[in-house]
Design a protein around this ligand. Structure first.
Ligand code: E4P
Length: 215
């Protein structure tokens, strides 16, 4: 399974990229606003690190605006995936952009039928938001199970990108269901690395090593 960071912080991305565990990055308008920096400047810095998949979201709402923005974003760097919302206009824009070779990440997906439509218009990724479903009392992971099954039934090439991940158990459950990608905040990815028994075990090994005769 590919692991993506859900952030527009270049410092966070650099940390995980240098650790060798990062496969991609997803951004959205909220994450970009948090950084207080120009969008394209941030995108260029992320791409310059060598990250192979960087999702950048359009903010227009008409088909024409989304297609125009999508073409522009795609032209910034070959690693850019264009994020398009799951709306009727978004579906039309995705159909056009995908047919031109732009890789589209259809976002704000909350049902398996929406995911089915994303696959039909040729999206490269579909992004179901599981945390936001959990937040309102629906089991987000059940949606991943449904989408994986629907895509397997018809051999769709669209990859399932589990989004709105809140904790490490979400990542593990997504992996067990066979999702292609999970995108997560920096804090969640850090927790995948850490375990208190690893730290305790290492401290004990290093302490015992001091007792080994040297020289
Ligand atoms: C990723 O592509 C989404 O924009 C993101 O995971 C949304 O997460 P949130 O529900 O924590 O805002």
């Amino acid at each position: 399974m590919k692991l993506f960071l859900d952030t527009a912080s270049v410092a966070e991305i650099r940390t995980m990229w240098e650790m060798g565990i990062l496969d991609g990055v997803t951004t959205n308008p909220t994450l970009v606003a948090k950084e207080g920096r120009r969008f394209e400047e941030v995108l260029r810095e992320i791409c310059a690190l060598g990250v192979p998949s960087v999702s950048a979201e359009v903010v227009g709402t008409s088909v024409e605006q989304m297609v125009q923005e999508g073409r522009h974003l795609r032209g910034l760097h070959p690693s850019i995936y264009v994020k398009v919302p799951m709306t009727p206009a978004g579906l039309r824009a995705t159909k056009t952009l995908s047919s031109e070779g732009t890789r589209v990440n259809m976002t704000l997906v909350f049902s398996a039928n929406q995911a089915l439509l994303a696959a039909k218009v040729g999206a490269a990724y579909v992004s179901p938001f599981i945390g936001r479903l959990d937040d309102q009392g629906q089991e987000g992971m059940a949606l991943i199970d449904e989408i994986v099954q629907v895509y397997e039934n018809y051999d769709f090439a669209t990859e399932v990108l589990v989004a709105s991940v809140r904790h490490p158990v979400h990542v593990l459950e997504a992996a067990k269901l066979g999702a292609d990608i999970a995108t997560m905040p920096f804090g969640v990815m850090e927790k995948l690395v850490q375990h208190p028994l690893t730290d305790l075990g290492l401290a004990r090994f290093l302490k015992d090593w001091e007792k080994v005769p040297k020289g």
